[in-house]
Design a protein around this ligand. Sequence first.
Ligand code: AMP
Ligand code: GLY
Length: 420
Amino acid sequence: MNILILGSGGREHALAWAVKQNPKTDRLIVAPGNAGIAALAECADLDVLDGAAVVTFCEENAVDFVIVGPEAPLAAGVADATRAAGILTFGPSAAAARLEASKAFTKEICDACGAPTAGYARFTEAAAARDYVRAKGAPLVIKADGLAAGKGVIMGMTEAEALAGIDEIFGGAFGAAGAEVVIEEFMAGEEASFFILCDGVNALPIGTAQDHKRVGDGDTGPNTGGMGAYSPAPVLTDAIQKQAMDEIVLPTIHEMARRGTPYQGVLYAGLMIENGRARLVEYNCRFGDPECQVLMMRLGAQALDLMLACADGRLDRAQVNWAEDHALTVVMAARGYPGAYQKGSEIRGLSRLPEDSRHMCFHAGTALKDGQIVANGGRVLNVTARGDTLADARNRAYAMIDHLNWPEGFCRSDIGWRAL
Ligand code: AMP
Ligand code: GLY
């Protein structure tokens, strides 16, 4: 079959890598893709936020299956457009993607289905939000309601920080995403990510992961989109996964179906685990980036069969063939990230890296310039390895980094420390 993947990051490179290994794949196109993706798929220049343009492209290229990588096209209704045109699609409708696109909506769903999560209040006026903060006292978590590229969450560890967060959001720092503010109780515990395929009715867990949000070793410095990840997440034991399915995920998908907006795609549940119990921090309506890279490394070619079963409403008959393995990815970023950084520096040594079922360097932000691979983003490479133990996977990943010659880049040296 002909398959189109939308997106251009390390997540989409990992999806393409897994899909490409499946013999069902004839033609593989990624739009817009990047320099690493171009080595294994056709890259197409296409506005992925424009549903009509995506449908036309699919019709012109006889695309049988569309996989939507990032949240923005989902929130923009691209999966609605392709499904309406009769094209099999992996990814939720815009209505179902509100589980990521509106934090207040997710809280409403949790209230309706009794899913455990942080207590909260929502505000459209700064004065009322400030009064609430003064009455409750810190610590509190201040969130812009809408999509803010992972930046719309402000930890108010003191009352002053919480009040500053309210001013920042209502002051327009996140544009329309900050028209409403959600203020949450601070949850202590250990965070982990749980990935579940949903076909609207059935749900199938496909893996767990943990990422490293802070830029510096020892979890120091500013937050980023993620500096590395590993799978599985030991903190998400079988018992906690069952509790999360029974109390959070299944009630959510039943509530979404009951409202006439069934959830179809991967549901990424960010969980806080404390005293052997999970509470929901947030939902995302897509694979995590870089969590997808470690999941794909472990799932391999079966990822396509699972996504097809998901899009087709056949998840009740699907199963995951688990291996007793571990995967770990280290993000290489451009110096300066998550602040200002330069684009265009040349990355040498990529051709020396092994590429097989245990080693893969996924490209997150690269471009081809005069025949050379150059950095073209903040997060640039995801050096990923699989092993029989987490330590084995980590050693393999860092050994790959030793082959690279890219002085303008950096990485954390302690990915996986919590589990190791
Ligand atoms: P979110 O975008 O909602 O996942 O928030 C980003 C990050 O902020 C999460 O991954 C958590 O580390 C943290 N966070 C969000 N909400 C809470 C909360 N209620 N209590 C503690 N930490 C939180
Ligand atoms: N790595 C976090 C995310 O994809 O949202």
